[in-house]
Design a protein around this ligand. Sequence first.
Ligand code: ZN
Length: 149
Amino acid sequence: MSLSEELRALYQEVILDHYKRPRNFGELDPADSFAQGYNPLCGDQLKVYLRMEGDKVSEVCFEGAGCAISTASASLMTEEVKGKTREEADALFDDFHQLLAGGEIPDREFGKLEVLAGVRDYPVRIKCATLAWHALRSALAGGDVVSTE
Ligand code: ZN
């Protein structure tokens, strides 16, 4: 996939907006589970909190500190997975990871997550962009500390 300059600039704007004003930022109390993510390559650290309603994610929040990509990705993730079932959230992460890692682009709607597609061209940033998702997956599985290493 090759992004036009114009699209790239637009995506950059959305990423910066979510970095400066992260959505669903802060501790969720009480939470059903939470998990911490750490990306030693970049120094990104964050914690993802979940509240479930049966099999559905009813609330998801995050807190922590990291680079623009990891923070924006976490913010966008909270918006996309709210209301999804465990299975749907898991499947979205798999496809999102494939979108970033290169290779064939999964045939699905990514919504706003699409703005992170440019990370494809910067393999070292993939860990930044997927950190919150690894933490989400861990929280969905009961919670733990995850490292991208
Ligand atoms: Zn980072």
